[in-house]
Ligand binder design. Structure first.
Ligand code: 5CA
Ligand code: ZN
Length: 420
């Protein structure tokens, strides 16, 4: 399917230092390219939305964070290939559609469209490959068939509903040189079981070889959409195999960065990596980057809890998207934080101050500011420090007669996606 319209990214003079990014898998900051190939092509996969409700500030924070990664790479002269999925068939989507009396496809279309317009408003560069699960079922069936043939995929006896044919992934037998249980998350067994139960897994399901084993293929049920699964029988794919194979079919193996919110570390990214490595013996990605969780009123913002601040609602109320983006950049992408109206007001004042100050900006102060922003961003995308550098510049007096105005405007747009 089509993504959204990408903004023009101004090209700047000079270039960024090599970016170091925090890697969940190793627990430390790592360069995203070897020094000798600083401008090698880069690739990333960021887990996309499940389109059953509108884009909230948590989603926006995550996609803006990876947009900063995208922009930092572009600034260092790297070509970037970016893939994002849409989980356009999943239990919560089917449930919500039923509740609203809508066809699930209609709900997915409506919410994906709203997401696109939010991303455009927030000046987020579009992915090159934007793929829905429903578009890729044919692509991943052969992978699951191969897992079944090699014994890594196995059928579990019917549960309470009497339906035969659910296929699971043997997470113990699948371990190889490229992936072991814990490679991505580093979590202990107890935490894995807890998160598996909380985040879409089914450790209680009887007949599995290991409670953590994830679903590869869900056999067709009455009233649920299903696809022809070849030798698997009719059904629909599990969640992790979807992202794994969309990544494999559009990006190098391994690709540079796997991204998403920290709620996806386990089981989603652990098992996406497991599936890809079981298929070809290579790691899913070189580095795993995760954003912190945005909350509201003391709880994680989530569609299931309903404590949401929606990008589209704020836009309707006339809030400038650049102010929303400034709130998001004011938090480091790895921290958990809470949205408040005060943060939005402060961001609006901040942008107003920058706008007032820009007139009369000299060339030297402008290029010095861009150098500072680049240095901050190269250090694990430290956008709060980059904004502080802008504040420091804004607190001073103009040192020229406007030769630097355009440099600042283009620089903030290109590096931070802020159009002031
Ligand atoms: N479709 C799956 C990924 S394949 C999914 O998690 N969809 S989602 O709609 O629930 O979330 C979309 C993205 O936003 C994911 O990367 C998720 O990790 C991130 N996300 C969800 N809630 C928050 C939050 N409160 N704060 C920050 N990021 C969040
Ligand atoms: Zn995903």
């Amino acid at each position: 399917m089509h993504a959204w319209n990408s903004p023009e990214v101004p090209h700047l003079v000079g270039s960024a230092p090599i970016l170091e990014l925090f890697d969940t898998a190793t627990g430390r900051k790592r360069p995203t390219a070897p020094a000798e190939t600083a401008n090698a092509p880069a690739s990333m996969y960021v887990c996309g939305i499940t389109p059953y409700d509108a884009t909230h500030m948590g989603h926006a924070a995550t996609y803006v964070a990876f947009d900063l990664l995208h922009r930092t790479w572009l600034d260092s002269g790297r070509t970037v290939t970016y893939t994002q999925n849409v989980t356009d068939v999943d239990d919560p989507l089917l449930e919500r559609a039923r509740d609203r009396g809508l066809d699930w496809r209609e709900l997915a279309r409506e919410q994906t469209e709203l997401f696109r317009s939010d991303m455009e408003a927030l000046n987020v560069i579009a992915p090159h490959h934007y793929l829905g699960a429903v578009e890729t079922v044919d692509l991943l069936v052969p992978y699951i068939e191969k897992f079944v043939d090699s014994g890594i995929g196995y059928t579990v006896p019917a549960g309470d509903d009497g339906v035969e044919g659910d296929i699971y992934f043997d997470s113990i037998a699948a371990q190889n040189g490229a992936w072991q249980l814990g490679t991505v998350s580093g979590y202990d067994r107890q935490l894995m079981e807890q998160f598996s139960a909380e985040r879409g897994g089914d450790p209680q399901r009887a007949g599995k070889r290991d409670p953590l084993d994830p679903l590869l293929w869900r056999a067709a049920r009455e009233g649920e959409p299903s696809w022809d699964g070849g030798r698997l029988g009719p059904g629909r794919p599990g969640w992790h195999i979807e992202c794994s194979i969309i990544a494999r079919s559009t990006l190098p193996a391994p690709f540079t960065v796997q991204g998403g919110g920290s709620d996806l570390i386990f089981p989603h990214h652990e098992f996406s990596a497991a599936h890809a490595s079981a298929a070809d013996g290579k790691p899913l990605a070189e580095l795993f980057a995760h954003t912190g969780m945005v909350g509201l009123d003391g709880e994680k913002m989530s569609k299931s809890l309903g404590n949401l601040v929606l990008v589209s609602k704020l836009r309707e109320a006339g809030v400038e998207p650049v102010a929303i983006r400034t709130v998001l950049l004011g938090q480091h992408y790895r921290t958990d934080w809470f949205w408040t109206d005060q943060l939005l007001e402060a961001a609006q004042e901040r942008v107003a101050r920058w706008r007032e100050r820009i007139e009369g900006t000299g060339l030297a102060e402008a290029t010095a500011l861009l150098t500072r922003i680049r240095a901050r961003m190269a250090d694990d995308l430290n956008s709060p420090a980059a904004l502080q550098a802008i504040d420091q510049w804004a607190a001073g007096n103009p040192e020229g007669s406007g030769e630097g105005e355009e440099v600042i405007r283009r620089g903030l747009d290109s590096l931070l996606g802020l159009k002031i």
